[in-house]
Design a protein around this ligand. Structure first.
Ligand code: PEP
Ligand code: MN
Length: 337
């Protein structure tokens, strides 16, 4: 349920509505828009006396929210959320670009990549220290040593870091070194992990499960938000379909659909969505044209030697070319990179 206040409702009117709800045991979420304030109600709605609420001073109307996600929904908060990391704002006019290798492999590899992607205009650095690999025999990541490398390269380059956290017991450790916690596709419905990151104040990059619906993605965001952490950025990274030519199918629809359903920022991962470096530039441009707020792109100085995902990793020079073309598309849709 949401309560839409009248445009001329006073602060006192809003306060009175909040007091009444909170003393009745409901939790509230206030969204102050330019025109009017909307109060979201979280809790058992059947107990709510809608008629009495709608007669309170300053209340325009009481409207049910039929969707299962509440805090994440545009009904609760019509204005776009902004998630800021060191001045880079997801959900604003600028497209935020995160780039770097799939896995952290060495200090030299991270340093070289970071300098190159920063030079090309990237805003943040990516790199996995804990890797969720399909095979237990594949490289599993450098662990804490990899996190230390990320933190050192951040010191050297000023690029803030997004990196994956795979389990609740890693949240504290990864938060010590990272600036944004990535939840991977395989963990989108790891509810213990969602609860754990929800109890931090860290920005979260929540990737869509490879076989999850858009609604399931938003329900996972709701887990994080209902724990008190609203700094959630959603990521479309491709879903499984019958098509085998690409690793996944980039669900470009997800971008405008999410923009309709939620106020949360939306980014696209064209690397995992395609699985082939030759397709990454086109997918990036499509994402920005469709309204994405950011991109996360795999870049490696020597993709042939990469410990993971070399086939979809761009060489730095190709990433630089991509940034120029993405910049043109951004300008065409009234945004910048
Ligand atoms: C990654 O970003 O390297 C990764 C493992 O992504 P996903 O969880 O989308 O497969
Ligand atoms: Mn990868």
């Amino acid at each position: 349920m949401i309560i839409i206040m009248k445009a001329n409702a006073s602060d006192g009117d809003i306060e009175a509505v909040l007091t009444r709800l909170e003393s009745g045991g409901w939790r509230t979420h206030v969204s102050k828009g330019e025109e009017r304030t909307i109060i979201g109600i979280i809790g058992d709605e059947r107990r709510l006396d809608q008629g009495a609420m709608s007669r309170m001073d300053g209340v325009d109307r009481v409207v049910p929210v039929l969707r299962p996600f509440k805090l994440a929904s545009r009904d609760f908060q019509p204005d776009d959320s902004k998630v800021s990391i060191n001045g880079h704002v997801f959900g604003g006019n600028k497209i935020v670009v995160m780039a770097g290798p799939c896995s952290v492999e060495s200090l030299e590899q991270m340093r070289e990549t970071a300098i190159a992607v920063r030079e090309a205009g990237a805003h943040m650095l990516r790199g996995g220290a804990f890797k969720p690999r399909t095979s237990p025999y594949s490289f599993q990541g450098m662990g804490e040593a990899g996190l230390k490398i990320l933190a050192q390269v951040r010191e050297e380059t000023g690029l803030y870091v997004v990196t994956e956290v795979m389990s609740p017991d890693q949240v504290e450790l990864v938060s010590k070194y990272a600036d944004m916690l990535q939840i991977g596709t395989r963990n989108m419905q790891n509810y213990a992990l969602l609860n754990a990151v929800g109890q931090t104040n860290m920005p979260v990059l929540l990737k869509r499960g490879m076989m999850s619906t858009i609604e399931e993605l938003l329900m996972s965001a709701e887990y994080i938000m209902s724990n008190g952490n609203h700094r959630v950025v959603l990521c479309e990274r491709g879903i499984r379909t019958f098509e085998k030519y690409t690793r996944n199918t980039l669900d470009i629809n997800a971008v405008p659909v999410l923009k309709e359903l939620t106020h949360l920022p939306v980014v696209v991962d064209p690397s995992h969505a395609t699985g082939k470096w030759t397709l990454v530039k086109a997918a990036s441009k499509a994402a920005v044209a469709a309204g994405a707020d950011g991109l996360i792109i795999e870049v490696h100085p020597n993709p042939a030697e990469a410990s993971s995902d070399g086939e979809q990793s761009l060489k730095p020079q190709r990433f630089a070319e991509l940034m120029v073309e993405v910049g043109r598309v951004a300008a065409a849709v009234g945004r910048s990179v």
